[in-house]
Ligand binder design. Structure first.
Ligand code: 3HC
Length: 295
């Protein structure tokens, strides 16, 4: 297996393209937006150079990795030779099913069709393709070059052979694949998101402040980031949408996104990507300070 197509050049798409290219796959990165593609390529180069500075790789490795990636704006023209396609487009069911129809139409019959969805049912996405046994979830974590896990999600019709192939591919990338069944939120987000929602509820109830809640989870539980900082990092809209998937899919109001989370999303306070969430995020800087709203 040598050629991989990655659809979507956002944060996850560029990270996925990065790790495949660094591991000698021929990567076709596809996005409708030329500027998103250019931004993705410069992000990949920047992240590779960060590794050069740490003496982990050489300038020649950067050059080799970058030369393994080509960028394309048309799905139809880019999939014929692919052995695996990883869809990493916007987390929206309509968008993903539209893209999967195109993947089905333009790929070779033996090509594996993976989605990086964080919450949409693999079994449902697979209903739009002719051979649902080749559809699978390949859930990467942000930042993709750093996080070891690939949560591999077997849809109801995914074949054992396809699951085995995807596990081997993830291992070839130096990742640790873990197989789970297709159930709302899979394992990662079923466990992570209620924790984040609970931290927001505690903040809303005035039990403790932003820094205190995050510090408790960092110092007491050895989490690299506190739950409110992590919510900002993931995107508050993403957190809210996943909670709604859990609420509907598991049929319990226990999973309802809390009112403060919903209000912040409505107010456009989406976290790092909008510049403000629980913290203020200064562009191009790792520095953060607690938003005025929570003083
Ligand atoms: N690309 C490549 N490397 C990166 C990177 C990137 N975008 N961002 C950070 N790194 C590397 C750095 O070079 C550094 O490498 P080193 O340890 O080998 O020297 C390492 O990551 C740590 O980076 P920093 O020292 O700059 O910063 P931190 O120590 O603060 O770590 C972090 C940053 C890795 C993001 C860490 O805070 C962390 O692990 N946070 C939790 C991340 C997490 O939980 N991700 C999952 C989110 S959920 C998700 O993605 C699923 C979805 O469905 C919601």
């Amino acid at each position: 297996m040598k050629q991989v197509a990655v659809i979507g050049a956002g944060t996850m798409g560029n990270g996925i393209a990065h790790v495949f290219a660094q591991n000698e796959y021929d990567v076709r990165l596809i996005d409708i937006s030329e500027s998103a593609l250019n931004k993705a390529l410069s992000t990949i180069e920047k992240n590779l150079k960060r590794m050069v500075q740490k003496d982990r790789i050489t300038e020649a490795d950067v050059h080799r990795t970058m030369s393994n990636i080509s960028s394309h704006t048309s799905i139809a023209d880019s999939l014929a030779q692919a052995d695996l396609i990883v869809e990493a487009a916007t987390e929206n069911e309509e968008t993903k099913t539209r893209i999967f129809k195109e993947m089905d139409q333009h790929s070779s019959p033996g090509c594996l069709l993976a989605t990086n969805t964080s919450s949409i049912s693999i079994t449902k996405i697979a209903t739009v393709v002719q051979n649902p046994e080749r559809v699978i979830g390949m859930h990467f974590f942000n930042p993709v070059p750093v996080m070891k896990l690939v949560e591999v999600i077997q849809g109801y019709n995914t074949s054992k052979e396809v699951a085995g192939q995807v596990v081997s591919i993830a291992e070839n990338l130096g990742k640790i694949p873990i197989l789970v069944k297709d159930y709302p939120g899979f394992i990662s987000n079923r466990v992570l998101m209620p924790m984040i929602n609970e931290a927001i509820k505690a903040l809303e109830q005035g039990v403790a402040g932003v820094r205190e809640i995050d510090s408790i989870m960092k110092l007491g539980m050895a989490h690299p980031m506190g739950p409110l900082h992590l919510a900002d990092f993931i995107g508050l809209d993403v957190c809210m949408n996943i909670m709604n998937v859990l609420k509907d899919g598991l049929g319990s109001d226990y999973y309802a996104p809390c009112p403060l989370l919903v209000n912040m999303v409505l107010a456009g306070k989406l976290g790092r990507k909008s510049g403000e969430g629980f913290y203020i995020h200064l562009a191009e800087s790792k520095e953060i300070r607690v938003s005025e709203m929570f003083h």
